[in-house]
Design a protein around this ligand. Structure first.
Ligand SMILES: Nc1nc(=O)c2c([nH]1)NC[C@@H]1CN(c3ccc(C(=O)N[C@@H](CCC(=O)O)C(=O)O)cc3)C=[N+]21
Length: 284
């Protein structure tokens, strides 16, 4: 079994980004800028936002974090986004999800200028991604694709079973894999006999948020396992959706949690922010 080491690959990508940012500054006088908006006081969200901010600083990307309390209205949030859309310092705008229930996620995401949509969640970018056109790709599935590339994992003709059909992981993951000529199946919590599906797969990608959802009996010998789950146990330990210990000797590749897909998400966000900075002229 080979570990898909997202920690070290993400460090390599972040270093590439740092060099690229340096060049942009020197050659074009452009400093890429990212704004992250956090609404409410979810502890996990606060941690991620903090990691994103620190990663930006290390890469030389200007970063601002807007912490709004949970009573913030949708109107206030839309106003802030409009201001950021017009702020020339900002190349990327990210609203950390989930937002509180009284705020409509789609309305908020649609308010972001698609050319600043470094999360790739705006319908404009979603449509372009599905059509295999140049677009901002959602950081998590983009990071998974980058891992396949790094470890020379061929996708053409492979059976891939994705567990989880969310807008931020499952659906975009399926699109990217379809475009890469894989054969893709997307399961969800209503899927009957999940095991029958995973046992047809060369690659299983799990993003369901359920501890031990995937166990060794559910995977083929030599399968590739990508664990996008992040679950905090009562003892404070961080685990994915896969029974790692049970599966590790049966599969050919597996991502650990932590140190797998998570760090890749942040690295690809930085990549997208640099991409957005290069589009500055087009936004004017
Ligand atoms: N608008 C928006 N964009 C996002 O990209 C977004 C979001 N909302 N909401 C929540 C999810 C989750 N997410 C993660 C980022 C980094 C790690 C990460 O760095 N994980 C580390 C450890 C983290 C820890 O120790 O808590 C690891 O897996 O090794 C995980 C998860 C981004 N998300």
């Amino acid at each position: 079994m080979t570990l898909l080491d997202g920690k070290s690959l993400s460090n390599k990508i972040k270093e590439e980004v740092r060099v690229e940012v340096e060049q942009l500054k020197q050659e074009k006088g452009v400093t890429p800028g990212l704004a992250v908006v956090l609404v409410g006081d979810d502890a996990a969200s606060a941690t991620y936002v903090n990691s994103k901010h620190k990663a930006c600083e290390k890469a030389g990307i200007y970063s601002e974090v807007h912490k709004k309390d949970s009573s913030t209205t949708q109107e206030e949030l839309l106003k802030l986004i409009e201001k950021m859309n017009n702020d020339p310092k900002l190349d990327g705008i990210l609203v950390q999800l989930p937002v509180p229930e009284h705020i409509d996620t789609t309305t908020v995401l649609e308010a972001i200028n698609p050319l600043k949509d470094v999360d790739g969640f705006h319908p404009y970018n979603v449509g372009r991604m599905v059509s295999n056109l140049d677009a901002f790709l959602p950081a998590t599935p983009f990071g998974v694709m980058r891992m396949f590339q790094e470890y020379n994992i061929d996708l053409i003709g492979k059976n891939v079973c994705i567990i989880g059909s969310s807008d931020i992981v499952g659906k975009p993951m399926a699109s990217l894999l379809i475009n890469a000529k894989a054969t893709v199946e997307v399961c969800n919590s209503k899927t009957k006999d999940l095991k029958a599906h995973t046992l047809r797969a060369d690659i299983v990608i799990v993003a369901a948020g359920r501890v031990n959802l995937v166990t060794a009996d559910m995977i083929n010998e030599g399968a590739i396992i990508i664990d996008v789950g992040i679950n905090r146990l009562d003892n404070g330990k961080l685990v994915g959706d896969v029974d790692f210990e049970g599966c590790k000797d049966k599969c050919s590749f597996i991502t650990p949690v932590p140190g797998g897909v998570g760090p890749m998400t942040i690295a690809m966000l930085l990549k997208n922010t640099v991409k957005a900075a290069k589009l500055r002229e087009k936004r004017k």
